[in-house]
Design a protein around this ligand. Structure first.
Ligand SMILES: [Zn+2]
Length: 205
């Protein structure tokens, strides 16, 4: 793609770094922004800049939060005894939309994936094990989806905590949340949380 302007080329190149955005789409978006009032581009740039400089992760659950402790963890009406283990904020949002869960979350920040060089130490697993060891947690719900990486991660965590007095369960097989939510709906997802099955039973199926 030949550009008559270095400024335009730079903006298009940056935009096309985003997933699913090719050069043509990037050019269309950049030209769209140029056609809008200047304030819109500045708002977008400022939102991204502020997001990066001020982003905060909840000290308890590691979810993205504007405060040291997120609104879910600081809600006195939610029980600390049940923790739902998820990959990222998209899963938290999907499950919150079902209004079927009144416990807390633990956001791992990914899944164990040797192919991608992601090991247990790259994820928020140790802090989860510490929570279980502290003794206030009665149940862990694994909600990582049923990919190989999800299974590996569930099983790794299970092995760390199986000697402690905590129940482990998993949402129904075949339900993936977050990224793959388009394949399910809120009612199905909500039902699978309510009708969760013992984790050990899921290993045999
Ligand atoms: Zn939190």
């Amino acid at each position: 793609m030949e550009f008559s302007s270095k400024l335009l080329e730079r903006a298009v190149n940056e935009m096309s770094q985003l997933p699913g955005i090719g050069k043509r789409t990037a050019l269309r978006l950049v030209l769209h922004l140029l056609g809008q009032p200047e304030s819109q581009s500045l708002e977008l740039a400022d939102a991204l800049k502020t997001l990066r400089s001020e982003i905060n992760f909840c000290k308890k659950c590691h979810n993205i939060s504007d405060h040291a402790i997120c609104e879910i963890c600081s809600n006195p009406h939610r029980t600390e005894e049940i923790i739902c283990v998820v990959e990222d904020i998209r899963d938290v949002m999907a499950i919150e939309n079902t209004s079927s869960f009144r416990g807390l979350y633990h956001v791992l920040g990914g899944k164990i994936s040797p192919m991608d060089g992601i090991g247990p130490n790259d994820l928020n697993i140790e802090s989860l094990v510490e929570k279980v060891k502290a003794g206030n947690v009665k149940e862990l719900i694994f909600a990582l989806g049923s990919t190989m990486e999800g299974d590996t991660t569930n099983f790794y965590i299970y092995r760390q905590i199986q000697d402690y007095d905590v129940v482990t369960s998993t949402i129904a097989r075949g339900i993936s949340v977050g990224n793959e939510l388009e394949y399910t709906d809120e009612i199905t997802l909500g039902r699978s949380i309510i009708n969760r099955i013992p984790f050990v039973a899921s290993l045999k199926s």
